[in-house]
Design a protein around this ligand. Sequence first.
Ligand SMILES: Nc1ncnc2c1ncn2[C@@H]1O[C@H](COP(=O)(O)OP(=O)(O)OP(=O)(O)O)[C@@H](O)[C@H]1O
Ligand SMILES: O=P(O)(O)OC[C@H]1O[C@H](OP(=O)(O)OP(=O)(O)O)[C@H](O)[C@@H]1O
Ligand SMILES: [Mg+2]
Length: 286
Amino acid sequence: MEKIIRIAVQKSGRLSDDSLSLIKECGIKFYNGTGKLKSTSTNFPIEFLFLRDDDIPGYVADGVADLGIVGENELVEKDKDVTTLKKLGFSKCRLSLAIPKGQEYSGIEYFQGKNIATSYPKILGDYLESKKIQASIHEISGSVEIAPSIGLAEGICDIVSSGSTLMMNGLKEVEEIFRSEAVLIANKDLEESKKQIVDKLLFRMNAVQKGKSNKYVLLNAPNESLEKIVSLIPGMRSPTILPLAQEGWSSVHSVLNEDQFWENIEELRAAGAEGILVVPIEKMVI
Ligand SMILES: Nc1ncnc2c1ncn2[C@@H]1O[C@H](COP(=O)(O)OP(=O)(O)OP(=O)(O)O)[C@@H](O)[C@H]1O
Ligand SMILES: O=P(O)(O)OC[C@H]1O[C@H](OP(=O)(O)OP(=O)(O)O)[C@H](O)[C@@H]1O
Ligand SMILES: [Mg+2]
């Protein structure tokens, strides 16, 4: 029987949609109806476990799942011995200390002897220790931002993204202590046959990620500026140059990183490029 790998993904929350989209963009088909906690792909040797994110590092470390997608914050907090295979570029957030808006803040000393509510006692404890601050950590599992207004703590340490949850609860961010994004993690002792399947999956994920960060660029240019334009958009090996029906003009096709495109656009135009089209790339294999 062909080997199959198991991947643990968050059942529902801030990681789920992007985790499942990435897997679908890798061409992997599966059913994930509401309430279904386990599912097997119909066209790739992979089984999905839909779990709470807190449990994912543990399941991967124990080998119940071979792979998992989880936030770095949860991974570091749970302190499990797993391999991080890849940063995935979504669910980006930070763990920050915050205090009531009206309080004056002069520095980390503010927290000396204070009570801080958090769902991340390990990350916070390590941070406070590194700053030689003694504070009392109150672990709560959610709605941390409510703690100061109900008298549970003078400050909090929680996830911040846009900052709107802090603002709506009368708090202000005073220290960023950890930056996080979603990562793909693996069990440390995967057998060879499973490693081969993981490599196939990684190959597909890399192709999807590269495609997303690059664009296909087409432009028209007078032949005398081709040398300059080719040096600005060198592409994967070299750009494709095709003659236009109009004498003395060519169409240049190339691939480049989106940031690079914006950096070079003025120079391209100055060199005579016109009719510039930028097209998304679905997958890219180098
Ligand atoms: N506002 C946000 N913006 C971006 N990423 C976030 C945000 N909030 C959380 N995350 C990231 O997504 C992960 C999951 O967040 P979520 O709020 O869904 O967790 P949860 O409520 O603990 O879910 P579960 O029910 O699975 O335990 C976090 O550990 C963090 O890495
Ligand atoms: O800075 P913001 O953009 O406001 O995001 C931060 C909030 O997002 C997360 O909660 P979420 O909304 O996922 O709800 P949860 O508490 O149920 O996990 C996190 O726990 C913060 O409360
Ligand atoms: Mg959770």
